[in-house]
Design a protein around this ligand. Structure first.
Ligand SMILES: *[C@@H]1O[C@H](CO)[C@@H](O)[C@H](O)[C@H]1NC(C)=O
Ligand SMILES: *[C@@H]1O[C@H](CO)[C@@H](O)[C@H](O)[C@H]1NC(C)=O
Ligand SMILES: *[C@@H]1O[C@H](CO)[C@@H](O)[C@H](O)[C@H]1NC(C)=O
Ligand SMILES: *[C@@H]1O[C@H](CO)[C@@H](O)[C@H](O)[C@H]1NC(C)=O
Ligand SMILES: *[C@@H]1O[C@H](CO)[C@@H](O)[C@H](O)[C@H]1NC(C)=O
Ligand SMILES: *[C@@H]1O[C@H](CO)[C@@H](O)[C@H](O)[C@H]1NC(C)=O
Ligand SMILES: *[C@@H]1O[C@H](CO)[C@@H](O)[C@H](O)[C@H]1NC(C)=O
Length: 376
């Protein structure tokens, strides 16, 4: 599928003085793909070259620069979302970010200190959201770092970008068929949280991202080696993984539709970010990129430039030599940053796809609700 984003950005000059946006705040729930520093606030920091392209240093984002949620905030004319867990320098006037790297939807089965799963799984993130609202409504005088008490929680966007770690984490332990058994549980948990925010917190606008094409990520392709080439499609993506993601996404979409019918005055949007990402991996050149299934920051130089021995930013002694998984010189040419996460360049394209609205069900052009600012 080919899509062209070049045209969408556009707010008239007047919009800068007179910006209109129906959403006063954004509250985000997710994992590393949308974590703007929550995990970093609680656990050991990242190493360079994370953050190299935009921030010039590691800032807790799993990319060389900005994340999709950063570009969305920018498009809406809002500052980057402060992580709820960040106690120094945060400003929650326009929302908060509850995302935590490696977070899952389901209760993690193990500890961060064993295999790296975040304890801040979806239920904890939503509890933090409740506490956030309770405190905002309690505190007086309010100060200029909190959102206004009135009208905020029902005039906010609630964004969910979570589930990939459940999927990939369980693949390792229970395999493709095993993962499937957890789909209904994952999806129920997610829709229950949406209903809870609707019923208890007054949320009315919900945006749910589906799962990306895991079978195109360099890290997972690496783990599949040596190849069963009959499982690779013409773009070099793993068919079995991607088919399973499609099954999950279909089930998610159906449940979102059902849930929408139960929440009368709510807007509940399913966004097919999968389609946008898949197109980037399959046709990077159509979007001004060069490399699809090859990581910018990694080790090995092979087909995927990824190795489990040394991941992005790490240094290890291999065969008596110090080796470092460093970044390529041109991250702007890559879809994949470190084998698992996407680059600043790719994230911008994904955000433009989300803001455009035509990848959403129902169609949800953000320009209908806000004067969009240029993104980039
Ligand atoms: C979304 O993108 C499509 C394809 O490029 C374009 O035709 C459409 O006008 C865009 N919609 C908005 C709201 O920008
Ligand atoms: C949790 O761990 C148990 C035993 O280690 C395993 O049988 C089960 O499948 C795991 N569940 C998930 C969701 O990973
Ligand atoms: C927080 O951000 C808002 C809007 O961007 C700004 O008006 C306000 O002054 C900021 N508060 C602090 C304490 O910096
Ligand atoms: C949103 O909440 C405010 C404050 O609680 C209330 O006055 C207003 O009626 C609510 N609006 C909608 C559309 O629910
Ligand atoms: C290779 O993959 C195909 C398609 O997923 C599968 O049917 C076949 O059993 C696999 N072969 C091996 C040796 O794993
Ligand atoms: C690897 O680098 C570290 C730190 O720079 C150094 O202390 C160590 O001696 C080096 N090891 C080898 C085998 O070169
Ligand atoms: C692979 O990663 C290395 C950093 O370890 C980088 O210098 C190189 O440009 C990358 N190679 C390719 C082909 O992307």
């Amino acid at each position: 599928m080919f899509f062209c984003f070049a045209l969408i950005i556009l707010a008239s000059p007047a919009a800068f003085t007179d910006a209109r946006c129906d959403f006063l705040a954004v509250f985000n729930f997710g994992a590393s793909s949308s974590d703007t520093g929550g995990f970093k606030a609680a656990f050991p920091p990242q190493r360079p070259p994370y953050g190299m392209t935009y921030f010039g240093k590691p800032v807790g984002r799993a990319s060389d620069g900005r994340l999709v949620i950063d570009f969305i905030a920018q498009g809406l004319g809002l500052p980057f979302l402060s992580p709820y867990l960040q106690s120094i320098g945060s400003n929650f006037t326009h929302g908060a970010n509850f995302a935590s790297s490696s977070a899952t939807i389901l209760l993690p089965n193990t500890s961060l200190f064993v295999i790296g799963t975040s304890p801040f799984y979806l239920t904890v993130q939503v509890n933090q959201m409740k506490e956030f609202r309770t405190r905002v409504l309690e505190i007086s005088p309010q100060g200029n770092y909190l959102p206004p008490k009135d009208m905020t929680f029902n005039k906010s966007l609630y964004i969910f970008d979570i589930g990939q770690n459940d999927f990939t984490g369980m693949l390792a332990t229970v395999g493709l068929e095993g993962v499937k058994k957890y789909f209904p549980q994952m999806i129920s948990q997610l829709t229950e949280k949406i209903k809870m925010i609707y019923n208890e917190l007054g949320g009315r606008t919900f945006i749910v991202f589906n799962l990306g094409p895991v079978g195109c990520f360099p890290a997972f392709l690496y783990y599949l080696q040596p190849h069963n080439t009959s499982d690779l499609d013409m773009y070099g993506c793993a068919i079995s993984y991607n088919n399973l993601v499609l099954e999950y996404n279909k089930m998610l979409k159906d449940r979102i539709t059902q849930t929408r019918n139960q929440l009368s005055d709510a807007t509940l949007v399913y966004v097919d970010t999968h389609a946008v990402k898949l197109d980037l991996f399959q046709h990077p050149k159509d979007h001004g990129l060069v490399y699809g299934t090859r990581a910018c920051c990694g080790y090995g130089d092979g087909e995927y430039n990824y190795s489990k021995e040394v991941s992005c930013g790490d240094t290890k002694v291999i065969d008596g030599k110090n080796v470092t998984a460093a970044a390529c010189k041109d991250p702007e040419n890559y879809v994949s940053w470190d084998g698992v996460h996407t680059t600043d360049a790719a994230n911008k394209l994904i955000a433009l796809g989300v803001l455009n609205g035509s990848f959403s069900d129902p169609i949800f052009p953000f320009s209908k609700f806000c004067d969009l600012k240029p993104v980039g």
